[in-house]
Structures are given as structure tokens and as C-alpha cells.
Design a protein around this ligand. Structure first.
Ligand code: CA2
Length: 151
């Protein structure tokens, strides 16, 4: 049997509050609901996932550093750190893994400070505005990326 590719799915600050506040912006699903949906889609795609959330920039950087050698790709919703964190950009660059950036909301329809992402510069692609479905689209994209890398 083929070895499953493994995808690290990272979630940044305040995403543990999903489903509790601002459902009109971020939807009614909780982060646990999103993890379950990702698990189902990953199984269908033949991928293994490791789904995590942190409110701490340093912890996210450490997890990204550890991903090299452990995972085959990274899906990341860095939340507010998207717009501020050169440290996360540097860690993702050093990881040398395919990265897909995800946002629940369409950041380009929102405040101008959300229009710039440090992560987009190294991401293979960016998915935003489709709510939790964006995570599933990111898994579909990642399945192709890790498949192509294996060729
Ligand atoms: O749309 C996204 O996924 C964001 O990454 C969410 C971040 C925001 O800073 C980015 O600009 C876009 C905010 C996450 C905050 O999560 C909340 C969860 C529940 C209630 C309020 C905020």
C-alpha cells in the first residue's frame, strides 16, 4: 500500500473562537467542525492531516520549522498574523514545502489593512472568501501538489 502524504493544517489567533462570534463574517462552523470536514476530505483524497491552532506566533513558527521532514505540505490560515508576520513568512520559506494559504472571508472585500499578506509571496496559491469550504478546496489543491512532487 502507498504511504499517505501528510499535510499540516495551521490556524492562527482567535480562530478557536469560530462559531461563537461574527457568524456573518466567518460562518457558523466551529474550528472543530472544520477539522472534522477536513478529516473527511483528506481521507477521500488519501491524505493524512495534522490540524492545529495557536494564538501564539512563536508556537506557529516552531510547528512550521518542525514540519520539514514530517509533512509534505502546509495549509495555513494565519489569521491576523497573515498581515503582520515576517517570522511566519521566513519559517514557511525555510520549510521548503508547498504552501496553500486559506482565509474564510474575502480579505479583499474588507479593510485595506487585510489586503496585504506576507504569506502570499511564498504560497503556491491563495483561497479566500468561501468560508470553511476553502479548507476543503485547499486540500484538493494540496493533493495535486504533493502528487506532482512525487512524479
Ligand atoms: O478570513 C479569515 O480567515 C481571516 O484569516 C480571519 C482573521 C482575520 O484577521 C484575517 O484578516 C482573515 C481573524 C480570525 C478571527 O477569528 C474570529 C473568530 C470568531 C469571531 C471573531 C473572530
Amino acid at each position: 500500500m502507498a504511504i499517505e502524504a501528510s499535510v499540516l493544517i495551521l490556524n492562527g489567533p482567535n480562530l478557536n473562537m469560530l462559531g461563537v462570534r461574527q457568524p456573518s463574517v466567518y460562518g457558523t462552523e466551529t474550528l472543530d467542525d472544520i477539522e472534522v470536514a477536513c478529516q473527511e476530505r483528506a481521507e477521500a483524497l488519501g491524505l493524512a492531516i495534522d490540524f492545529r491552532q495557536s494564538n501564539n506566533e512563536g508556537e506557529l513558527v516552531t510547528w512550521i520549522q518542525q514540519a520539514r521532514g514530517e509533512h509534505d505540505g502546509i495549509i495555513i490560515n494565519a489569521a491576523a498574523f497573515t498581515h503582520t508576520s515576517i517570522a511566519i513568512l521566513d519559517a514557511l520559506t525555510l520549510a521548503e514545502l508547498p504552501v496553500v494559504e486559506v482565509h474564510l472571508s474575502n480579505i479583499f472585500r474588507r479593510e485595506s489593512f487585510r489586503h496585504h499578506s506576507y504569506i502570499s509571496a511564498i504560497a503556491k496559491g491563495v483561497i479566500c472568501g468561501f468560508g470553511f469550504q476553502g479548507y476543503l478546496l485547499a486540500l484538493d489543491a494540496m493533493a495535486s501538489l504533493v502528487d506532482n512532487a512525487a512524479l
